[in-house]
Write a protein that binds this ligand. Structure first.
Ligand code: ARG
Length: 470
């Protein structure tokens, strides 16, 4: 078609440029332009290496670096004119550079867009993992502050959404802290997997030119703990591999699942049926019809976003599954899902922090719910175990106590002691002390349990962890 389209870098063997429709279909600059800072860093390192091995002169390197710095500034200021006809971020920057700096025609020596985009993305993943870890730390800080404000509040813990056993609210919130902590560590592992330099792999089979891959890796910070360069070990795998994309999207999907579960708890807690929590107005919306409504929209969207994050992971798995080695253009579709996962996961962390940070706890409703003595039925079985009964028998006996209470439409702790003692001789007049909630919690002393001494330990642990990791 139109001859002017043959300006594309690969146009030499073509007598016609791509159709307008094909340009629209194949451009990626509309979404990969966000790789610009990483693309420029990669080009600076690559040209520094080319100068080091004598493939370009120091003067040419200098001119290329100066031109790239200028372009970086323009991009940052929003003054760079992205051209979709030049397909992607790589060609946009290279062409703009070549217009200013003739030596830039040598920049692509011993490089392909295949190892270039792999490098850009590895740099981006390292950055993205650090950003998301930081945001998750922010969500943890909001949780810790809320736990601290309400450190004496007890609530029922639930299994099957039925009241199970009493816990400190802080213990419940600390369960969420653990989930988020694993997420942070997962991003740290993804960043470690990203830390290998692809440059030098070329399109598929490296180059005949005498390049120094280790030098480039050092320039870009692809180094191990001892500062030694880390370069990928197989040129074909390097340009075909999209594991990192899947690992990153998977880490984001799991964050989404975590926030979704927490959001579900918050939605329940803020319902009139529970009334444990009042979510901040700033993260709720009203109804256009029912004037009394205050809807937990931020939490519902957290649940909804988790579906989207899982979808992105699935897109990437499906994208990669049928591809022969090595690079195939399908792989250009790898970027929208990971960018979306990054953006949405970061938003989720911030919105969760805002929602939890502004939440008010209804102490009265929590106290009323946790006063349910049946939450301590298991403690009553433990009481019998301490008096020598095998647990299975103790469980059975307490079942009979529960049945008796139901028959008399009484709370467990209102049953007359004589009636209870009739159910098993191991019951003594002190059975009723089991229902002292404070005492019941104090007995939960082991690591990971919700007793007050453990909660104090966990407060100290989280404070230290967030201080040192922040
Ligand atoms: N925009 C392309 C992508 O993201 C860059 C790599 C292009 N390579 C190629 N051989 N066409 O996949």
């Amino acid at each position: 078609m139109a001859k002017q389209h043959t300006q594309v870098t690969w146009g030499g063997r073509f007598s016609a440029g791509p159709a307008e429709l094909m340009l629209q279909f194949s451009e990626s600059v509309s979404f990969d332009h966000r790789l610009a800072p990483f693309d420029i860093a990669g080009s600076k390192a690559h040209s520094a290496m080319l100068a080091k091995v004598g493939l370009i002169t120091a003067k040419e390197r200098h001119a290329i670096h100066a031109g790239l710095d200028e372009i970086a500034k323009e991009i940052a200021a929003g003054k760079f004119a992205w051209n979709p006809q030049l397909e992607d971020v790589h060609m946009n920057i290279e062409q703009a550079l070549t217009k200013r700096v003739p030596a830039a025609a040598k920049l692509h020596t011993a490089r392909s867009r295949n190892d270039q985009v792999a490098t850009d993305m590895r740099l981006w993943f390292k950055h993205a993992c650090a950003v998301l870890a930081e945001k998750l730390r922010g969500a943890q800080s909001a949780l810790l502050a809320t736990a601290e404000t309400h450190n004496d509040v007890l609530i029922p813990g639930y299994t099957h959404l039925q009241r199970a056993q009493p816990v400190y609210l802080a213990h419940h919130l600390f369960a969420w802290m653990e989930m988020l902590d694993r997420d942070v560590e997962r991003f740290e592992r993804v960043a470690a997997s990203a830390n290998w330099c692809p440059l030098g792999s070329g399109a598929i089979a490296g180059t005949t030119l005498p390049i120094d891959r280790e030098f480039t890796a050092l320039q870009l910070g692809f180094t191990d703990a001892k500062g030694r360069p880390q370069v990928t070990q197989n040129s074909m795998d390097t340009v075909a591999d999209r594991d990192l994309f899947i690992e990153f999207a998977s880490a984001c999907a799991l964050v989404g699942v975590h926030f979704s579960r927490m959001a579900e708890d918050l939605i329940l807690w803020s319902s009139s049926e529970f009334k444990f929590a009042d979510l901040p107005d700033a993260f709720c919306t009203g109804s256009s019809l029912m004037p009394q409504k205050k809807n937990p929209d931020s939490c519902e969207l957290l649940r909804g976003k988790s579906a989207r994050l899982q979808g992105n992971l699935h897109t990437l798995l499906t994208l990669a599954k049928g591809l022969p080695l090595t690079y195939n253009r399908d792989l250009q579709e790898d970027k929208p899902p990971v960018f979306d996962s990054f953006d949405q996961t970061g938003l989720c962390a911030d919105v969760f922090a805002g929602t939890v940070g502004g939440m008010r706890i209804n102490r009265g409703a929590c106290a009323a719910a946790v006063a349910d003595p049946s939450l301590l039925a298991t403690d009553l079985a433990d009481y019998l175990v301490e008096r020598g009964l095998p647990f299975r028998e103790a469980h059975h006996v307490v079942g009979a106590v529960v049945q008796l209470a139901e028959k008399h439409a009484m709370q467990l702790d209102q049953l007359p002691t004589e009636e209870v003692m009739k159910l098993h001789p191991a019951f003594g007049p002190d059975w009723i002390a089991v229902f002292d909630l404070k005492r019941a919690l104090a007995k939960r002393r082991g690591t990971g349990m919700p007793g007050p001494a453990q909660i104090r330990r966990q407060f100290a642990r989280w404070k230290k962890r967030l201080r040192t990791k922040a």
